[in-house]
Design a protein around this ligand. Structure first.
Ligand code: HEC
Length: 162
């Protein structure tokens, strides 16, 4: 919507005559819109990665408790954040490598569909390796992701009651 407004202002601006006093007003509007646009909140790479980290941990605990619905949900969340990285961090070179986790996510979705805990554990390890492979390639090798040992979200139920 904002882009459309800018486009309209620009269109009117170029169709206005220089001696027209409206030109000045339009220029001012363009300037203030430029400032507004620069101030629009854009989530940072690190912020989005911390979000992925949370879903990566939750995915593990959902999986080992055979909470398949929650595990599927966590995969969806990881994919959504990966999409947000593609959208909001287009300018970062590293973004091109986000697809590195896709094969592991596809395999995990299959395991979840089959409710196969052994395969789930194996492919979760592959996902974690893919996270770290990208960190190595992007010179963030000191950001080491691992299979979580303890569940830091004590305010969420991971076990399914059956
Ligand atoms: C594009 C390749 C890439 C992939 C794939 C990737 N990461 Fe990252 N990750 C990065 C980059 C780049 C950073 C540094 C971001 C920054 O500049 O703040 C990062 C940072 C992080 C951080 C540190 C965030 C912080 O601020 O403390 C964590 C945690 C993290 N990633 C977890 C993961 C997990 C979990 C996965 C896999 C599910 C993953 N990453 C997959 C590139 C990747």
């Amino acid at each position: 919507m904002k882009y459309l407004t800018i486009l309209m202002v620009i269109t009117v601006f170029f169709s206005c005559k220089p001696q027209d006093s409206n030109c000045n007003t339009l220029q001012k509007q363009i300037d203030s819109l430029k400032i507004e646009l620069a101030q629009v909140y854009k989530p940072g790479f690190g912020f989005l990665m911390t979000n992925i980290q949370a879903h990566h941990a939750k995915l593990w605990f959902a999986g080992i408790h055979k909470n398949w619905k929650l595990a599927q949900f966590e995969i969806k969340e990881i994919k959504e954040v990966a999409d947000e990285i593609q959208e909001y961090q287009k300018q970062r070179e590293e973004t091109k490598l986000m697809s590195m986790i896709e094969p592991a996510l596809v395999d995990l979705e299959r395991d979840i569909g089959q409710k196969n805990i052994q395969l789930f554990k194996k492919d979760y390890e592959q996902l974690t390796i893919a996270c770290n492979d990208c960190h190595k390639l992007t010179d963030f090798e000191y950001n080491i992701v691992k299979i979580p040992e303890t569940l830091e979200f004590s305010n969420q139920e991971f076990k399914v009651s059956d």
